[in-house]
Design a protein around this ligand. Structure first.
Ligand code: AMP
Length: 477
């Protein structure tokens, strides 16, 4: 088996890797690092959780340790689709470059232009940016991209989803032709293929897990949630969720519970709390400060259950999640792979349990088609005693009869949409699509004071402290 010591990394980087507690390189690291160190372009087909961030940051640090930054001319550029991901990449640089003197700047929404301008003026080795914000700086004449030696495009498929591809193409035109490019995407959509054919030069192609391949270390199961009482379908489902969580016992140290709709995220979180579970919601409509607090609490182990929408959870690096529960089957089958990929990360074991209502059965078939395997059916612990289920669902949670009436009025089948959705919002789109469709031509979302986007993506006013520090400051400290 390949060891980090076999990869030609510099001793200082090896030391940082060892201190991070990594024992062996993940396949994307073993595959990409030697090529990157040789200066070859790299095309990494890998999703989050595979260790892809270190696969480009480690060789970059080794290469950048030689040479010096010049004023206003960053030496390397990492492009990320979201602020959160950019901040995570910056955090990775901090961890792996602790024994090397490098400087960085972070160009993302929510970080003041002025402070980053000062850093750039001094000269930075690493510039981490979202595409729109980078172009804003460039257009203000504060930044020269002609010194870029290494350029990384991270999560290109999400860039495509968010409409950033024209910006990416423009940026490729602004950096030197001779640069080295490392390009990462979980999938190779035709548009992504076109970009890589145009801008990468004879890349080493490393494919570690295709989109449709769920990690082998994740145990999957689905439990069919057929309602004993149709008028209580939603609360029965919440009772089933509690039973599934309880069934996992102490093995479930922490979990992310995914819901398709923001309204359900709130309702499920509230309901779990009412039943004494340590649970908090996270979705794009919550105050940024609350999102950050919740995430920090979950990372630190103070919160056991995180109830999330797909968009809120994307790209977040939460290292040790023992379980993922899908409160419903996602409408886009590839989201299933993303969701369950939150557990079983970097070789750890994980379990993913999906609740499937009658109305979710088509979506479940689509998921199984995508992953090309049948998800094992689990016994429904409540179906043996339907009365008990109805009772469990009935206690403490009252259903409002008016909800069923309004749903009936729209001519839908009873089980098509959950009660809460109808009650809370007249015709909501599934969360994912609603958020994707925003953002115009795809510049950083969250621009413009008070825009709707502001509430959805990014860190708002909160800035983790590590972002504000340059490497140099940290070294000096
Ligand atoms: P990524 O795919 O870059 O988001 O990384 C997923 C997680 O794996 C992060 O929490 C990393 O800290 C962790 N990680 C990266 N490389 C390794 C490794 N070689 N061994 C163990 N954990 C790793």
């Amino acid at each position: 088996m390949t060891k980090f010591a076999d990869l030609n990394l510099s001793p200082k980087v090896l030391k940082a890797v060892e201190e991070a507690g990594y024992e062996t390189p993940t396949p994307i690291q073993a595959g990409a690092i030697p090529h990157a160190l040789e200066g070859r372009d790299v095309l990494g087909i890998a999703q989050t959780g595979t260790g892809k961030t270190a696969s480009f940051t480690l060789p970059m640090i080794c290469k950048l340790a030689r040479g010096r930054a010049r004023a206003r001319m960053p030496r390397s550029l990492v492009l990320c689709p979201t602020r959160e991901l950019a901040a995570q990449v910056a955090e990775n640089f901090d961890v792996y470059s602790k024994h090397v003197k490098l400087s960085k700047a972070l160009l993302i929404g929510g970080v003041s232009f002025k402070e980053q301008d000062v850093l750039i003026d001094k000269g930075v080795d690493v510039l981490i940016a979202t595409p729109g914000r980078l172009l804003d700086h460039f257009e203000r004449g504060k930044l020269l991209l002609t010194g870029i030696e290494i350029m990384v495009v991270d999560e290109a498929d999400r860039m495509l989803d968010m409409g950033f591809i024209p910006d990416i193409e423009r940026i490729f035109g602004l950096v030197p032709f001779t640069r080295q490019t490392m390009f990462y995407s979980a999938t190779m959509a035709p548009e992504i293929e076109r970009i890589t054919n145009t801008f990468l030069s004879n890349p080493a192609r490393i494919e570690v897990a295709r989109q449709a391949t769920a990690s082998e270390t994740i145990e999957q199961g689905v439990v069919m949630a057929r309602a004993a009482r149709r008028d209580r379908a939603a609360s029965e489902k919440r009772a089933l969720l509690r039973a599934m969580i309880d069934g996992e016992g102490d093995k479930c140290t922490n979990a992310i519970i995914f819901c398709n709709r923001k309204t359900d995220v709130d309702i499920v979180a509230k309901s779990l709390k009412k039943y004494g579970y340590d649970a908090e919601p996270i979705h794009g409509d919550l105050e940024q400060s609350q999102r950050t607090r919740t995430l920090d609490g979950f990372r630190d182990g103070k919160i056991r259950l995180l109830i999330a929408s797909d968009v809120a959870a994307r790209g977040l690096d939460i290292p040790a999640v023992s379980h993922v529960f899908n409160f419903d089957v996602p409408g886009h089958p590839e989201d299933y792979v993303h969701r369950i990929g939150r557990t079983g990360r970097a070789g750890r074991e994980g379990k993913a349990i999906t609740l499937c209502s009658t109305s979710d059965e088509k979506a479940l078939a689509a998921v199984e088609k995508l992953i090309d395997k049948a998800i094992p059916r689990l016994e429904n612990p409540l179906s043996a005693a339907p009365e008990a289920m109805a009772e469990a669902a009935g206690t403490g949670e009252t259903e409002k009869p008016a909800r069923s009436r309004s749903r009936g009025g729209r001519g839908r089948k009873r089980d098509e949409r959950p009660e809460e959705e109808v009650a809370a919002s007249p015709a909501p789109e599934p969360v994912e699509r609603e958020e994707r469709s925003r953002g115009g031509r795809g510049r950083d979302r969250g621009r413009g004071a008070g825009s709707r986007d502001e509430a959805v993506v990014g860190m708002g006013d909160h800035l983790p402290s590590f972002i504000e520090k340059s490497f140099e400051e940290r070294m000096a400290g």
